[in-house]
Design a binder for this molecule. Structure first.
Ligand code: ZN
Ligand code: ZN
Length: 157
């Protein structure tokens, strides 16, 4: 069974990008990532994300997002919209059943920006990532501590 674009039901075309075989829509330039694939691309860095974004171009620029409920190209399950990393403005559609992720044209570039703005969160070994997060937390608590000292000093000074 061929995989269909959840937006416009165009059959997706496999494209090999950065060692990953991604299902891309020739109509709207959306990209379907199987579970784990988007994480692998993130680990490759922001240039890899931008490269994939640039490699997939929509053929129909007048395309408007359809109001039909999105169906997962991988397993035909229902997809739901969610925010990338919970707090960002990047909107993705995920499948609960198979863990696939649908990325609309342009969203990958935003993810690339996001990855670039906080490189310590991505790439490297899990241990290195953890170390970066710990030092980040320590820095924050040190800043809080310094602020508190300043406030105390201003009260008693
Ligand atoms: Zn499409
Ligand atoms: Zn699915």
């Amino acid at each position: 069974m061929s995989r269909l674009c959840p937006e416009d039901l165009t059959p997706l075309e496999p494209q090999t990008l950065h060692g990953l075989v991604l299902d891309t829509c020739p109509m709207c330039a959306g990209i379907y990532f199987d579970e784990g694939e988007i994480a692998a691309l993130q680990a490759a860095g922001s240039e890899a994300l931008t490269e994939v974004e640039d490699a997939v171009v929509p053929s129909d620029f007048s395309y408007i997002e359809s109001p039909i409920p999105k169906r997962c190209p991988g397993c035909n399950g229902a997809m739901h919209a969610y925010r990338y990393r919970y707090s960002s403005e990047i909107r993705l559609d995920g499948c609960d059943r198979c863990g696939g992720i649908w990325v609309q044209d342009g969203e990958l570039a935003k993810i690339a920006d996001y990855v670039q703005s906080c490189p310590s969160t991505f790439g490297g070994t899990p241990a290195a990532r953890q170390a970066a997060e710990v030092s980040n937390a320590q820095e924050k608590s040190a800043q809080r501590h310094a602020k508190l000292l300043k406030r105390v000093a201003s009260i008693f000074g």
